[in-house]
Design a binder for this molecule. Structure first.
Ligand SMILES: C[S@@+](CC[C@H](N)C(=O)[O-])C[C@H]1O[C@@H](n2cnc3c(N)ncnc32)[C@H](O)[C@@H]1O
Length: 268
């Protein structure tokens, strides 16, 4: 059995490194699309788990929902509050672990998580918490990177250079509907899933890599653990991978296509 507490402590430090809000601004449309497809109703209570700088929390607030955003990185929650103030919408933020949410059973009409709970090491515990705090008949809306496509392959590439702790199921399994069915089990009344595209747009592949190396905690930490020659090798492989999924094949602006699974669950 992996030491989930120790793994999480390390992960928390990783997500607190860099500034994820810069990366988050590139995937705002995923949260907008998820809230729309989940058909969130104005006046609903909504919890966004692993909200980061608040993408899905803000998308729900823009739809008139009463929103709480939870994350275990206080600096990202501060970003979410800043964004809410700028847009003049209300959100409540709570520092919390996705595997142990400080809310009573059935507290929310809907629960969202966008590239969030998938990173908690204990998938069954994280799914169990999303289901527990959602009322019966409520909605659980998930967006999770798939194993295939640019982002899934990027996670696999980085895992070759800095292997994850043994015994931990890869996060990208949340991007496979069979796995989602397994971890949510009896909590699923009905589920509909669709693989969608998320396109990362940068002026060049080099600009994309520099942005991730500066702001994306997991990338910063991986590079810091490598020798100079390993760093060079990783950058070479990463560039090749990005080129493979770039609609423009590395010529001019980059439009790199990642795949994610959007799942909308009706809570049993
Ligand atoms: C890829 S970011 C996504 C953030 C946001 N949902 C978005 O779409 O921009 C992953 C987020 O999950 C949070 N996270 C990861 N594991 C967590 C855990 N066990 N408990 C709470 N937050 C967690 C990180 O702090 C980070 O903000």
């Amino acid at each position: 059995m992996p030491d989930f507490a120790a793994i999480k402590q390390k992960q928390q430090a990783t997500w607190a490194t860099g500034d994820f809000s810069i990366i988050a601004s590139r995937v705002v449309f995923v949260s907008e699309c998820l809230c729309e497809n989940a058909d969130l109703q104005a006046g609903w209570t909504v919890l966004d788990v692993a909200t980061g700088s608040g993408n899905a929390a803000l998308a729900a607030a823009r739809r008139g929902c009463i929103v709480t955003g939870a994350d275990y990185v206080p600096a990202l929650l501060e970003r979410a509050r800043l964004r809410a103030r700028a847009e003049q919408v209300d959100i409540t933020t709570v520092e919390a672990d996705a595997e142990s949410l400080p809310f009573a059973d059935g507290s929310f009409d809907a629960v969202t998580t966008v590239f969030g709970s998938m990173f908690a090491p204990n998938h069954v515990a994280a799914a169990g918490e999303l289901a527990r705090v959602c009322r019966r008949g409520g909605r659980i809306a998930l967006a999770s990177w798939c194993p295939e496509g640019y982002t899934g392959e990027m996670f696999k590439l980085f895992a070759r250079y800095l292997p994850p702790p043994p015994g931990v199921t890869p996060p990208i399994q949340w991007g496979v509907e069979r796995h989602v069915r397994e971890i949510f089990g009896q909590a699923i009344g009905s589920i509909r899933s669709e693989v969608r595209e998320a396109v990362f747009r940068f002026r060049s592949i080099d600009e994309m890599i520099t942005t991730f190396r500066t702001y994306f905690g997991p990338t910063v930490k991986t590079y810091a653990a490598l020798s100079d020659s390993q760093q060079k090798e990783l950058t070479g492989e990463w560039t090749e991978l990005a080129r493979k999924y770039d609609r423009n094949r590395g010529n001019g602006p980059a439009a790199i296509v990642g795949s994610y699974l959007e799942s909308i669950i009706e809570r049993a």
